[in-house]
Design a protein. Sequence first.
Length: 346
Amino acid sequence: MVSQSIKLGGSASHISVGRVAHGLMKLTAVSDEQAFESIKAGVDALPTGTKMFLNSGEFYDRTWGVGNLQLLSRFFEKYPDYAEKTFLSVKGAMKSNGKGSIMPDASAENLRASVDNCQKVLGPIKKIDLYQPARIDPKVPFETIMSNLIALRDEGKFGHIGLSECKGSTLRKAYALHPGSVVAVEVEVSAWEYGQEQKDLIAAATELGVSVLAYSPLGNGLLTGTINSSADLQAGDFRSMLDRFKEDNIKANLAIIEGLKAIVENRKPAITVGQLCIAWVASLGPTMIPLPGSSKATRTLENLEAGDVELTSEEIKAVEKVVADHPVAGERYFGGAANEHLHLWG
């Protein structure tokens, strides 16, 4: 059982969720039985009255399809009582570019179609608690995007509004337009992804009382110290396509892992390197909610237990020194032009 919880921001400020959330993208690659146990383990570890924050997407499978939502539909059909024990966020408003990838499309038509599609696939048992355009669409005025999200929320299409991969200035603009309407912003934060964009967004979220869903706090698993070579990745593992998991970059990035291992080596009580990374991300601001992914029940519980870890100021400074001394090797996603649609839009 884990004990720490946190209140969400904005219009969901009355809702308590676990200090650490659960990213579900990896579940589409495993059996239903394993996926369901991974979800249930996290929910069951929380005290009564605290919801498990689950994070999914309209494009969370290998073909940019709805496989993840279909899995969740099967989960809630089998375990309907877990619907009230979870707080589900879903990212959408992306569209195929006809070249095997997806791009933001937050037009009024696609936004509505995306929301309706997500709920249709999810089924009648679980309602979308938080809907997020996965990227800020530069082709649509942000004021229009927010107005359309407000309208869809007020129609009862979903419970609350979230944003993803936005800048601090964009969050401030959303607050100025519709105070308190944005519950959470999602952005990558980890010991190898903590630059000025993240710092500005966290500062704005702290000031405005908006939750920060910090995804990939474990650097897609590399920061757990369990991957030492590209050969450690199984065939078909999507990480083999990521620039930072190329062999030369992995070797360079192991210096970060070694620095983190040294911090936890003789710590009492003992924690894993992964738990150190999650606890450090949680320490970056009062509204931070680390969002690691997990497809195994044991890993889910390990991640959640990191929410109860209190780092000392010396440990926090030690992590900061590792981050400063060892710049990460490799680009954030695939490298080159393929990154264009995945970076922060505005």
